[in-house]
Design a protein around this ligand. Structure first.
Ligand SMILES: [Zn+2]
Length: 384
């Protein structure tokens, strides 16, 4: 049983991140774990985060939708969690997958404001709509409540039932145009301040620039939300491109491409950071698609998005997203091509990669639950 719960927690771990390009909603983890009526279980349970993430995926019609979790420091030693759950949250904190704060205050709203994300909360945030006018917009604050077969969303503020994103606030756009450095050694959110030695710093360099969370503002000064110290400006943030994988009409996951790191996509790429498609492919697609089938690169300077076929069988490009067979441009093994607006790369019929904003889900959603491994005891849902 414990082993199975660990597997569920591992699955949930793949859905928490502080990357502004990937997160799809903001939550206060201390609040989520205590929504006891979601499953009628223990006073606090980390599995409720999985239930909420599943509900979000269902609403957005995509698999793998990560949430940005703000974690009150007290949660790391909360006796209502199992020791295993506490260990998992500490690991997330150490890896910078969640933001751990001594005084979260209204950081949930600040992150939602800076990134333009919906908030999943049962709070009403009375008195804060002057500061955050979007609180009144439909779908920006939704409360997960028990429903038939899992949580559903209702609005306590603003209205709407589907989580809605807005645009980044002007301040958010400005903060996210730069990279930031925390002087505190080993800061998991804003790269170490040199405390870990040259190699530790090198290891962090890759993680830091593209996926850094938004700083908090204290009196207008960009500040590390964890350490409360002023952040140093480390230059412009590298350009990124957000890509999506769509298989059988469903967006299965998104990934971030940076100028410094090409990304391989295929059945099971060897390289770290490669996008593994194997689990979503039928037998024929699995036979056709190579372990590393295509490589994506973002060219420094002009920011051109280049695809290179690295497969045995070749692939194709659908210009402007056209699904007409006569429009399809074949991409032979080792051939490269710059992707224009709306272009979609097709590894095999129905297995596609493109810019995330140009590649929506277009099939009825059948969710791949992060809770699939959960034992029934932990998943005892209230009867509708
Ligand atoms: Zn810090």
């Amino acid at each position: 049983m414990r082993f199975e719960i660990s597997k569920v927690l591992d699955a949930i771990e793949g859905r928490v991140c502080t990357d502004p390009a990937l997160a799809r909603a903001v939550v206060d983890l201390a609040e989520v774990i205590r929504w006891q009526n979601l499953d009628g279980g223990r006073p606090a349970s980390l599995l409720r985060l999985g239930m909420v993430i599943d509900a979000l995926a269902q609403q957005l019609g995509e698999d793998s939708v990560p949430v940005y979790a703000i974690v009150h420091r007290a949660l790391l030693s909360d006796a209502d969690l199992t020791s295993n759950e506490r260990m998992v949250v500490r690991r997330w904190a150490d890896d910078g997958l969640v933001e751990v704060l001594d005084h979260p205050g209204d950081r949930v709203l600040e992150v939602a404001d800076l990134l333009g994300l919906p908030v999943l909360s049962r709070g009403r945030f009375d008195g804060l709509s002057g500061r955050y006018p979007w609180l009144g917009q439909a779908g920006r604050v939704l409360a997960p409540v028990p429903g038939a077969g899992g949580p559903v969303f209702i609005a306590h503020v603003g209205g709407g039932q589907s989580p809605a994103s807005g645009s980044r606030s002007p301040v958010g756009a400005k903060l996210l145009a730069r990279q930031w450095r925390c002087p505190e050694p080993g800061c998991a959110l804003f790269g170490g301040g040199g405390g870990g030695g040259a190699f530790a710093d090198l290891a962090r360099v890759d993680r830091a620039p593209a996926g850094q969370p938004p700083p908090t503002l204290r009196n207008g000064v960009p500040t590390c939300p964890r350490h409360g110290v002023r952040l140093g400006d480390a230059g412009p943030r590298p350009r990124t491109e957000l890509l999506a994988v769509r298989i059988g009409g469903l967006v299965r996951r998104r990934f971030v491409l940076t100028e410094s790191q090409p990304v391989l996509v295929g059945r099971a790429p060897d390289s770290s950071g490669g996008i593994v498609l194997g689990q979503w492919l039928n037998d024929e697609a699995r036979r056709w698609i190579s372990r590393s089938h295509v490589r994506f690169e973002l060219r420094a300077g002009r920011g051109e998005l280049i695809v290179t076929d690295t497969s045995t069988n070749g692939s194709g490009v659908r210009p402007g997203g056209s699904m007409a067979e006569s429009d399809r441009i074949a991409l032979a093994p080792q051939q490269s091509r710059a992707l224009g607006e709306g272009d979609i790369v097709e590894l095999y019929p129905g297995v596609q990669v493109g810019r995330a904003d140009e590649l929506p889900s277009d099939a009825k959603f059948s969710p791949t639950s992060v809770m699939a491994e959960a034992p029934t005891m932990a998943m005892r849902l209230p009867r509708p």
